[in-house]
Structures are given as C-alpha cells and as structure tokens.
Design a protein around this ligand. Structure first.
Ligand code: PGA
Length: 263
C-alpha cells in the first residue's frame, strides 16, 4: 500500500459555480503531480453532475457526502445509491460526525449504506471518531472498535478491499476543534490497523486509514509521516484552492526528499 489519499469534503459550502472553478484549478494541479497521490473531492449533491464532467478526464476521484441505503422508494429528500451510481461517482463518504450529530446517523444505518455502496461499486469512506466525553472517559479505543465492527458488519474480505476508513476525532473537527497531538493519532491509527487485521486478516493491512480533523499547513506533515496514516481528509484548509495547492506542493517536496534519502 503506497498510494497516499488526499481529499476534501466541502460540506455545505460551495455553489455549483464555485465547485467548478475549484475543480478546474485542481485538475491543473493534479496534472503536475508526480507522486503517488490519490486526490479526491466530495462536493454537495447539486454539484456532482457538472463536476463529474470535469473529473472524468482526470485522476481525481469524485465522492458524495451521504446517501440513503435503499435503491428507491418513498424517502422524501433522500438520494439513493442507484442515483449516485448513475452519475458515476467513485466514492461515498459515510458517517461523518456532523451526520451522526445533527442527523442522528447510527453505525447500524451506516452499515446498510456501506453495503449499498459496495453493491454499486462505489468505495465507502467510513468516518469514525470518538467525542470529547468518550476521550475523557478513556473509552476512545472501545468506541472506535465498536464503530468499525458495526459499520463493517457482514462485509466480506473481498469487499473490504474497496473500503476506506477516515479517523476523525470529533473534538478535533471544525472551527471549535483542537488539532490532535501526532502521538495520539499514531497510537489510535496503530490500534485501528490492528482492529482491521483482526476483522479482515491480511486484507486489513491494506485498508487505507485517513486522518482528519483540523488538518492544516502546520501539522499535516506530522500526521502523514505516521506509519498507519495512509492519507488526509481535510476540511477548511483545503476549501480554498490556493491553500490546498500549498499543502499538495509541500507534500510533494516532502515525499521527494524522503525518496531521495532512501536511494
Ligand atoms: P476540518 O474538517 O479540517 O475543517 O476540521 C474536517 C472534517 O470535518 O472532515
């Protein structure tokens, strides 16, 4: 496993026009990238169709922020996996902490969505994370193991090869978030790797585990250097294309200098 996943969920921030401008710029940046990075963007549903037209001729993966698990039915306001598959999206973000917090999304519901995504050959990007109370009560690992086990219930070894995990401690996300200490992140990611290996044996070794939560210019290299961090899931620091470009440039330089040290 050597691809590094770098992407951003735009949450509810960009109009179609803003999303198109961003994506056009990102395509140019992506074409100049030489390292083994897998870039991805996760726009709002309204932007998916026009942005798909742009990402088709690029290496950028396109994701959606949420979906229902049923193919179709009387679920007003929802979007189905069949509809997203029709657009041709590559991945689907599931269980972001804001979905869990404001829309009462449960691990059991996320599990149904994971199966729906796999059925339609879309990669589920499953977000997990403990909240501040759970951290204070020192049940972070128990919480995360339970989230992983329930979200991945019934997923076969073969299907697990398509899954991505994003560890995003709830207390580290957003404006009020406090960036996590790299040592803490290392410890949790090692634990998540171990848990995935218990669940999926050798397949668990290769499931990408991304880190997210107040990732910014000052801290991203500390996270990406950790053994079991296989990518970054960035919010605010990647919503402005210049800011995202700066991160990608620094990352490329960093990876090049690491590669030259190995030679
Ligand atoms: P943030 O968002 O980087 O703005 O903290 C991260 C996320 O919610 O995925």
């Amino acid at each position: 496993m050597n691809k590094i996943w770098i992407g951003t969920n735009w949450k509810m921030t960009k109009t179609i026009a803003e999303g198109i401008d961003f994506t056009k710029e990102l395509k140019k940046i992506s074409n100049a990238i030489t390292s083994d990075l897998q870039l991805f963007i996760i726009p709002s549903h309204t932007s998916l169709v026009p942005i798909k037209e742009l990402t088709t001729s690029s290496d950028i993966f396109l994701g959606a922020q949420n979906m229902h698990w049923e193919d179709s039915g009387a679920y007003t306001g929802e979007i189905s996996p069949r509809m997203l598959a029709e657009i041709g999206i590559d991945m689907i973000e599931l269980g972001h902490s804001e979905r869990r917090q404001y829309f009462n999304e449960t691990d059991a519901a996320i599990n149904k969505k994971v199966h729906a995504a796999l059925k339609y050959s879309m990669k589920p990007l499953i977000c997990i994370g403990e909240n501040i109370e759970q951290k204070k009560q020192q049940i972070s690992k128990e919480t995360l193991a339970a989230q992983l086990k329930v979200c991945l219930q019934g997923v076969s070894m073969e299907q697990a090869k398509e899954v991505l995990i994003a560890y995003e401690p709830v207390w580290a996300i957003g404006e009020q978030g406090v960036p996590a200490d790299a040592g803490y992140v290392a410890n949790i990611h090692d634990f998540l790797r171990h848990t995935l290996e218990v669940l999926f044996a050798e397949v668990g070794r290769d499931i990408p585990i991304l880190y997210g939560g107040s990732v910014n210019h000052d801290n991203f290299l500390e996270y990406i250097d950790l053994e079991n961090v296989n990518g970054l899931f960035i919010g605010r620091a990647a919503w402005n294309i210049d800011s995202f470009q700066e991160i990608l440039k620094k990352l490329e330089l960093h990876l090049e200098s690491e590669a030259s040290q190995v030679l």
